[in-house]
Design a protein around this ligand. Structure first.
Ligand SMILES: [Mn+2]
Length: 355
């Protein structure tokens, strides 16, 4: 059987670290490497072995899902730690950004030396395969459809909470596993809170509404934000909306392999700053999206060593302006980095909508 490139890469990393094996705990990494979608199980990869260890409940499921892995039953009498000892793994690589202190102690007490993976699998996950790209495209499509649908249902008197309920119901009907995070529906003055989750507030005429939402489809997330006005937009609303849109579009014009997350963030930040709202854009420009809603690469002003864009990365471009006691605007697309530039996966309109 031909090994997939992920296993090849992991084995290269093990050699480099001087580790005899790696154990994978983090659910997203585990799914990525082994294909297992359940809640309990461990992937163990050594130079010549691929083991998936799980308990009685998941033996059948892991036999179906974990292609190329030998399934090993563990339980109360024979734990994952006993298995590591029996496999003679003296130097074990672990996900240092996920494993708990207690687990580290338990492993070390078995006489096993621990080596940090330094986020290696998380970094591997940045570049999506064609199969992953197609799944995320579908997640983005369901999200677009949900947005189109909700625009017909929003009117004065409807509560933010009701909007979330409708969105989630719609997405599940279209095949989504569920929402990819707790949706933000922030209307009126609440829209100045970048992460204002839905409240009981009812929509009023003249409100800005920011909806930040996404779904999980076959394990993969989508992320999407639009801001629009219920009724007629006033001049101030139109002004800040157009600044955010200008920044968002300027970033899209510049997304291409080689440019860094720091540079992309700066493009948006410079436009918003020049318009006089630099102090009102208090978060990073965007982030990678995949099995997790927020993953690498980071598009942010905080770290000049941010990762350069590469074909196959899926990122968000989501500048915003937030003005306390007035309201806020954020516009977010899900974007695939391609060989020549980028492909926008979120298709919904971005001109200021008045509904
Ligand atoms: Mn986002």
């Amino acid at each position: 059987m031909k090994l997939n490139y992920k296993i090849v890469e992991i084995r290269k990393k093990l050699k480099e670290l001087g580790a005899k094996g790696v154990i994978i705990f983090k659910p997203e990494n585990r799914r990525y490497i082994t294909g297992f979608t359940g809640t309990t199980g461990y992937g163990i990869i050594t130079g010549d072995d691929m083991i998936f260890a799980t308990d009685f409940r998941y033996i059948q499921q892991s036999n179906m899902q974990c292609k190329g892995f030998k399934i090993q039953e563990i339980g109360r009498d024979y734990t994952i730690f006993d298995l590591l000892v029996d496999m003679n793994i003296d130097n074990l690589a672990v996900e240092d950004d996920f494993i708990t202190y207690n687990t580290v102690r338990t492993i070390e007490n078995k006489g096993i030396n621990i080596l940090p993976l330094n986020g290696f699998i998380t970094k591997l996950r940045m570049i999506k395969t064609d199969e992953e790209i197609n799944i995320i495209k579908k997640a983005a499509e369901i999200t677009d459809l949900a947005y189109e649908d909700i625009l017909n249902k929003i009117k004065p008197g409807v509560s933010e909470r009701e909007i979330v309920a409708e969105l989630e119901y719609f997405m599940k009907r279209k095949g989504a596993d569920g929402p990819s995070f707790e949706f933000i529906v922030a209307s009126g003055k609440r829209s100045s809170m970048p992460h204002g989750v839905a409240s009981d507030k009812k929509i009023e005429n003249g409100d800005f509404i920011t909806i930040d939402m996404g779904c999980i489809y076959k394990g993969y997330c989508s992320d999407f934000t639009r801001t629009f006005v219920v009724g007629k937009a006033n001049d101030e609303q139109r002004k800040i909306y157009n600044i955010v849109l200008k920044a968002q579009l300027a970033v899209i014009d510049n997304i291409r392999p080689g440019i860094s997350g720091f540079e992309l963030d700066k493009i948006a930040r410079d436009i918003i700053g020049a318009a006089g709202y630099g102090g009102n854009f208090g978060h990073g420009l965007g982030h990678g999206v995949g099995l997790e809603i927020h993953e690498l690469p980071t598009l942010s002003p905080l770290n000049k060593e941010t990762i350069n864009m590469k074909p196959g990365m899926i990122i968000t471009d989501e500048p915003g302006i937030y003005i306390p006691d007035f309201g806020g605007v954020r516009i977010e697309d899900l974007i695939l980095v391609t060989e020549n530039g980028c492909e926008i996966l979120s298709k919904a309109n971005k001109e200021l909508l008045e509904i």
